[in-house]
Structure formats: structure tokens, C-alpha cells
Design a protein around this ligand. Structure first.
Ligand code: MN
Length: 313
């Protein structure tokens, strides 16, 4: 197939036209593509402040600002890989289980063509159905989760499918290799003293105070050693960032990652076998001056650039 081309921002200025992720063409068919950006506009599994269902549109809008050559990796994304905006997955705002099944089906179809995915949520619950699809094609995967919360609760109000449970459900279902799961940036007040116990026992849980104390370079080196040659999935909850960088999220926690530290983690994936990624929990109604959508759009650029440089090498 022909190499998909973005809208030329030297011909059509960045504020013009219909917004797609990073101005890539909308191609709702993954055949022949290396990577697709997929919107998952669903927040019915969020427990506190909602609004993440509106994030794919807001992030598409702000991703028009992104230029497509990465200065550190020295790669032009769409020249190294065939990448497109796949559009949005079908969702029902009234049915979590059914929506999760639709997410799994759609992502399975995409991965069945050997295409990788960058999902744009949506609340963090969507990572579980995405991992069901990813594991089907890659086996149990390593996971790097940037987050202020572990999201390993067993249930909330008796419900097993919420945005606080995906990394418990994925473990139970054998979708991930627990020895190769790293949770980065965990912090904040807890309901009970043992809220972090399950994560500490099953995963490499790196609390935010450890990152502040040791520095991100050391932590990224640990991450690369832990993941090794395994297929790895990157799940980026925007609340892993500090609320001063990303206030537009349902459950913000102070003392978090800077935008630069999040970039350091993502750039640490060069040479690793990245098979999928997501950016979740951006809530435009909770945002201030759209800063969180702008940050998310630029982090998507960072993730796409990793896919490109790994292919280009
Ligand atoms: Mn989360």
C-alpha cells in the first residue's frame, strides 16, 4: 500500500481542516498499516469525576499542533512507519461489559493484521479489554504503567469492571507477565493501609517518592532491565503526571511526574519490543485552558516516535 501521508501543514495551516490525530489520514482499516491511533471515547467505568469520553476529540483537535519529526530520535514518524487515525471504537455509555467486548473485538482485528495500537481513552478501565486483544496476538505481555494509582483493586461497589481494577483483571486472566510489570509514579492518599499491598506483592511498584529520590535515569534503567526482550505494553494514565502539568483528569494527585519525566520514560522504550500503548484519563471538562489535552497530544507524538525509531533502526 502507499505510504499514508499527513495533511501538509505548509500548505494547509495547522488550525484548518477536520481534526485527526496528528493530521494523519483517517483509515478505518488496519491492513497494511504498522501503527494506528484509536479513540476509545468511554468513561462509564470511572468512579469519581468523569469526562474522559470527550478526550479523543479534544486530543485530536490539539494534536494538530504537533510537527512530525522527532528531534531526539531524528526520525520523521510517517516516513519510518505506516501510521493513521483509525477512528473511534464503538461504545455504549450505558454498558461497561458490552463496550469492553467491542473494544476487545476491534483491537483483536487490528492486531490480527500485525498492526500495533496507540489507544486514546477513555478512562483506565479500557486497558483491560485492550490487553485481552494484545495478549491474544503476543501472549502475556510486560506492562509499564505510568499512574498515580495502582488500579489493582478487586472491585468497587461490587463491580469488577472499573477504572480501578484493570491490572487485577488482566493478572487474573493471564494477559500479563507479572514479573515484568512496572508501575511508575504511585502516590496519594489511600482508603486503607493495605491498599498498595497487592501491587507490592505481585508487581514492581515504584512509588513516586522513590523516583524523586533516585532520579528518573536510574528508574528507566531498572525498567529496561526488567522488560528485556519481552513484548511490552505502555499504559499512560495522565494522572501519573503532576496536576500542575495535567489538571484535567478525574482523580488528580499532587507530587507527580513532570512532563519531561514522562518523556524520559517513553524515550526509554527505544530498542524495546513495544506492541501497544494507551493514554487514558484525560478529562476535558476538568481541564484548565486545555493544557491536559495539549500535553496528551504531545505524549502521543512521543509514543508514535518510539514506534518509528524502533522500526527505522
Ligand atoms: Mn489509572
Amino acid at each position: 500500500m502507499e505510504q499514508p501521508r499527513p495533511v501538509d501543514s505548509m500548505v494547509y495551516p495547522r488550525h484548518s481542516g477536520i481534526a485527526t490525530f496528528m493530521r494523519y489520514p483517517h483509515i478505518p482499516d488496519a491492513r497494511g498499516l504498522d501503527v494506528v491511533l484509536v479513540g476509545v471515547p468511554f468513561d462509564t467505568s470511572a468512579g469519581y469525576r468523569v469526562g474522559a469520553r470527550l478526550a479523543p476529540r479534544a486530543i485530536r483537535h490539539h494534536s494538530s499542533q504537533v510537527r512530525l519529526h522527532h528531534p531526539v530520535h531524528d526520525v520523521t514518524i510517517h516516513e519510518a512507519i505506516r501510521i493513521a487515525d483509525y477512528g473511534d471504537v464503538r461504545t455504549s455509555p450505558f454498558d461497561i461489559a458490552r463496550t469492553y467486548d467491542w473494544i476487545t473485538e476491534e483491537f483483536e482485528r487490528i492486531h490480527s493484521f500485525g498492526c500495533k495500537t496507540i489507544a486514546v481513552g477513555g478512562d483506565h478501565g479500557i486497558t483491560y479489554p485492550i490487553l485481552r486483544a494484545v495478549a491474544k496476538h503476543h501472549g502475556p505481555v510486560a506492562v509499564v504503567q505510568i499512574d498515580s494509582h495502582t488500579d489493582t483493586h478487586d472491585a468497587q461497589f461490587g463491580s469488577k469492571l472499573t477504572h480501578a481494577t484493570p491490572f487485577r483483571r488482566a493478572h487474573e486472566a493471564g494477559l500479563i507477565d507479572p514479573k515484568k510489570v512496572m508501575q511508575l509514579g504511585i502516590r496519594g492518599s489511600l482508603f486503607y493501609p493495605d491498599d498498595l499491598k497487592w501491587s507490592k506483592e505481585h508487581y514492581r511498584m515504584v512509588p513516586m517518592h522513590e523516583i524523586h529520590r533516585r532520579g528518573m535515569d536510574e528508574v528507566v534503567a531498572d525498567m529496561r532491565a526488567l522488560i528485556g526482550a519481552a513484548p511490552v505494553y505502555l499504559s499512560l494514565d495522565i494522572d501519573g503526571l503532576d496536576p500542575s502539568c495535567a489538571p484535567g483528569t478525574g482523580v488528580p494527585e499532587i507530587g507527580g511526574l513532570s512532563t519531561w519525566q514522562a518523556m524520559q520514560v517513553i524515550q526509554g522504550f527505544v530498542g524495546l519490543r513495544l506492541v501497544g500503548a494507551d493514554v487514558v484519563e484525560v478529562s476535558p471538562p476538568c481541564d484548565a485552558n486545555d493544557i491536559t489535552s495539549i500535553v496528551a497530544a504531545q505524549l502521543l507524538f512521543e509514543i508514535a516516535a518510539v514506534f518509528a525509531v524502533n522500526k527505522a533502526r
